[in-house]
Design a protein. Structure first.
Lengths: 374, 499
């Protein structure tokens, strides 16, 4: 078939009570450096652990160079010799020296001579700047040094693909840089890699392709430019901009008004919104929903109020969708309320769409020092 | 209300037990006696018949123990046959005297099995005993031995043309039966030798404690039990006694009124001389120590190997095997070691001519193997899971990951517990005397019985056990330094490599 190194078809992984992977389809080509991103618990690590068969899939197939590795009776130990893995917590063998950590697998599993394995270990250790530490024990090294050695240990097996499972998450911030530099160096050597990471800057700089995982699968798959600058899908965008979202829906004139206010306040507190933004949001909710919309909407009224807050810009984007004939709420005759709305928000825009809630009013609330740049 | 009743009941129960247990005591020849020590069986019957429940009867295993209890005023008198009193005096014991009149008579006899073979042998022996009585030779023998002297033993030359008799003895009731430099002596021994000479037998003997001997005769492992066994009708229900070989008065032995006046150093010197020098008893001590060392060391080696084997087998994950192992280890843990030892010797290997040392090594190896197995399991559990994951991710199999990476790291938590287990094992081997093995403890028992001194042999074996413990500690400490991967030199780490 194609020159694909790795092919995943309809992969499903189920644990009792939770299904992190529902249906994963993915093709990895040789030489690709893939960053896998997504919120915690979205199945990124689970996916990696399926690839080297540390865990067995509930359903679906995985092929390595067109050979089905999920087939029953496939020798997983031989498979893993071809797939390197780097762990969050390094997992160097603590009773062995650095050089023995690197030499063990090539000597025992690939049948290399000790001399050959040693020379290679020394060469690789030099590449990551640790040739002086060959006879040290892991607990004599810093976390960053340990992770560099763990990468060398995996490389010494000359794997076809390297899997990184959050390689910098357990590190002191001062040591993240050295490990990332080493990973970049390995990438330049042309090794195919999949990197699960929470570090967006790093993912963007190093990768040739980014997978955003959500809803139990690969939600969006694209170049780093696409994913980080022009995400095509809603959840990717929310994740990339680290958007905090609050949705309130009103379906009766006797709705829980106080409950909605408390929800806005709690949302603001939880996500660190500036006080003035929270105050504006509460004011807008009151004026738009209770004063303007409920006065005009047919029975039963339906309003969907969504706030997306981006911590970086300190701005909240509000969208108010409502039912009824198309009409712009900003053209009501309640001048006092309209003035309050105009005074609290910017970029007020009305659009009419098709669907159940055809009216959409969008507006932006910013911290008074922030600059609106959209 | 109900509570008050319960309290009252408990209180009255407590008072009642107090009343029952607190013996009133009796006056014998102007001396107050509250507690009398001795063997179970005949002496106890005599005491009960004479004093009813007015005194407390204390069971003691050897004459040495009785003497020590008497000296320390734990008991006021010993009920024993006069011949043993004579033997005590002959051994140089000066601080004792016979109080009042004899309280009864005790008959001694040989013990045979309730079997065809036992009956035939018993018939032969009884016939022989009759001729000896008629010829007056038995009285002549009694006259010689009643004095209590225990001369060195000259083993007779026996032809053995009609076979060899297996004798079970505790060898600790001089002058009726005793061990001298590894040979059997005493009135009963002479009787046995004469019988063998007359009927063309040879004999070999095994030394174990009294109860174990009787058991080994009744299940056919031995032919005759020679233990200065007192005849009682109750015992006769289980064991077949010969005709009475010896009858003696049962007397009360008490502390003499006046002290001996000997200096403490002289006494101590004499005690050491008796415990170690006389009849080359130090050789017995050394051989006992050697046997204890042999049993412990063999069990440690075999048990460790087996324990590792069990651990590897367990990890293969055959559920049936694992269930069986769990069950068996629970069974072993729930049994007192002494019971296990006797079960193996008298039931599992019943009828087979298996050496007690081998059975001991077998039982202790098994016990030790299961402790090693348990320790390895918990040691392995203490190693971080990431270590196994890393090994698996590199392509090692589960088995390789365990042996090469988990096990070497488990040693650190395993080893201190392992050392403790070894010392525990060493100490628990002290019960092998129950199955006729003369280890250090059993040797001390024999010497105590022979010298009537409980004190010095106990001190000596305490020191010897401490030496053994220290020895094992040193060996295992050395092993730990050898096993610790951190103690390797750069050359060892880089063997086969030109840096």
């Amino acid at each position: 078939m194609s020159g694909a190194l790795l092919r995943i078809e309809h992969l499903k992984k189920e644990y009792p009570g939770v299904t992190p992977l529902k249906d994963v389809n993915l093709t990895v080509n040789e030489g690709e450096i893939i960053a896998v991103i997504g919120s915690s618990g979205c199945g990124k690590s689970t996916l990696l652990r399926q690839i080297n068969q540390m865990e067995r899939a509930t359903a679906g197939k995985i092929f390595l160079r067109d050979e089905e590795i999920t087939a029953p009776g496939y020798r997983t130990d031989l498979l893993r010799q071809k797939i390197g893995m780097i762990f969050q917590s390094f997992n160097l063998f603590s009773h062995l020296t650095v050089v023995e950590n690197i030499m063990a697998a090539p000597v025992e599993l690939l049948g290399r001579s000790r001399q050959e394995a040693y020379d290679r270990a020394k060469e690789l250790a030099a590449k990551v700047g640790l040739s002086q530490k060959l006879l040290s024990y892991p607990d004599e090294l810093s976390g960053g040094q340990q992770q560099r050695i763990a990468i060398v240990r995996a490389l010494a097996m000359e794997p076809e693909i390297l899997l990184f499972d959050e390689p910098t998450s357990a590190l002191d911030p001062t040591m993240v840089g050295e490990v990332e530099t080493v990973i970049r160096k390995v990438a330049e050597m042309g090794v195919t890699m999949m990197i699960v990471t929470h570090d967006m800057e790093f993912a963007r700089k190093i990768s040739t392709r980014v997978l955003y995982m959500d809803e139990g699968g690969v939600y969006e798959d694209g170049s780093p430019e696409q994913i980080f600058e022009r995400p095509q899908r809603e959840k990717t965008r929310q994740f990339i901009h680290r958007l905090k979202v609050l949705t309130l829906s009103v379906e009766s004139r006797e709705f829980d008004f106080i409950g909605c206010h408390i929800a806005i306040e709690a949302f603001g507190q939880k996500n660190g919104l500036p006080n003035d933004v929270v105050r504006s949001l509460m004011l807008l909710f009151e004026e738009l929903v209770t004063q303007l919309l409920l006065a005009r909407l047919p029975e039963p009224p339906r309003i969907l109020w969504t706030v997306e807050y981006e911590p970086k810009s300190e701005c909240a984007e509000v969208s108010v969708r409502y039912n009824g004939e198309p009409f712009d709420v900003m053209e009501s005759d309640n001048e006092i309320s309209l003035r309050i709305v105009r005074g609290s928000a910017a970029n007020i825009r009305y659009t009419a769409e098709k669907g159940e809630l055809p009216n959409c009013l969008s507006l932006i609330v910013c911290h008074h020092e922030a600059i609106v740049d959209r | 209300m109900a509570r008050k009743v319960i309290w009252l009941l408990l209180l009255s129960l407590f008072l009642l037990t107090g009343l029952c247990c607190a013996a009133k005591g009796v006056m014998v020849d102007g001396q107050e006696i509250r507690r009398i020590g001795g063997w179970p069986a005949k002496s106890e019957e005599h005491v009960r018949a004479n004093f009813h429940d007015d005194i407390e009867y204390v069971y003691l295993a050897t004459i040495g123990d009785m003497m020590e209890a008497l000296r320390q005023r734990k008991i006021d008198a010993i009920a024993m046959s006069r011949v043993f009193f004579n033997a005590l005096c002959a051994e140089g014991e000066k601080g004792i005297a016979v109080l009042g009149d004899p309280i009864g008579q005790t008959n001694y006899a040989f013990v045979f099995a309730y079997s065809e073979h036992g009956d035939r042998l018993r018939g032969e022996f009884n016939a022989f005993l009759r001729t000896l009585k008629e010829s007056g030779a038995l009285d002549e023998m009694k006259g010689r031995w009643i004095s209590g002297e225990t001369p060195p033993v000259e083993p007779p030359n026996l032809s053995g043309e009609n076979g060899t008799l297996a004798i079970a003895t505790d060898g600790s009731c001089p002058p009726l039966i005793y061990l001298s430099d590894g040979k059997l002596g005493g009135y009963e021994a002479e009787l046995l030798e004469r019988f063998c000479m007359e009927r063309g037998y040879d004999f070999k003997f095994t030394v174990a404690n009294f109860e174990a001997n009787l058991a080994s005769v009744s299940n056919g492992q031995n032919d005759i039990g020679i233990n200065a066994a007192e005849y009682t009708p109750e015992r006769a229900e289980t064991f077949r006694f010969s005709d009475v070989t010896f009858t003696d008065d049962c007397v009360l032995v008490v502390r003499a009124k006046k002290g001996t006046g000997e200096g403490i150093w002289a006494t101590l010197k004499e005690k050491i001389e008796r415990a170690l020098i006389r009849e080359n008893r130090w050789k017995m001590m050394l051989s006992g120590m050697g046997l204890t060392l042999t049993i412990t060391l063999s069990s440690v080696i075999l048990g460790t190997l087996l324990g590792f084997g069990l651990c590897f087998a367990y990890r293969e994950g055959y559920s049936l095997l694992n269930r069986a192992l769990d069950l068996f280890s629970r069974f072993l843990a729930g049994m007192p070691v002494v019971v296990l030892l006797m079960v193996f010797y008298y039931i599992v290997f019943s009828g087979m001519n298996v050496n007690g040392v081998i059975v001991s090594v077998l039982v202790f190896s098994l016990l030790f193997a299961f402790s090693v197995f348990g320790l390895l399991q918990s040691g392995a559990a203490s190693v971080a899971k990431g270590q196994t994951e890393a090994a698996l991710a590199l392509g090692f199999s589960e088995r390789q990951a365990f042996r090469k990476f988990v096990l070497p790291q488990a040693i650190r938590t395993f080893f201190p517990a392992y050392q403790t287990e070894i010392v525990t094992l060493l100490k628990s081997t002290s019960i092998v005397g129950y199955i006729a093995v003369q280890d250090l403890t059993k040797v001390a028992d024999l010497i105590r019985a022979r010298t009537f001194d409980a004190f010095m042999p106990l001190i000596v074996i305490s020191v010897l056990y401490l030496i053994l413990t220290w020895l094992f500690q040193r060996i295992t400490d050395w092993m730990l330094t050898k096993l610790n991967p951190r103690n390797r030199t750069a050359d060892e780490i880089l063997r086969g490599v030109r840096p």
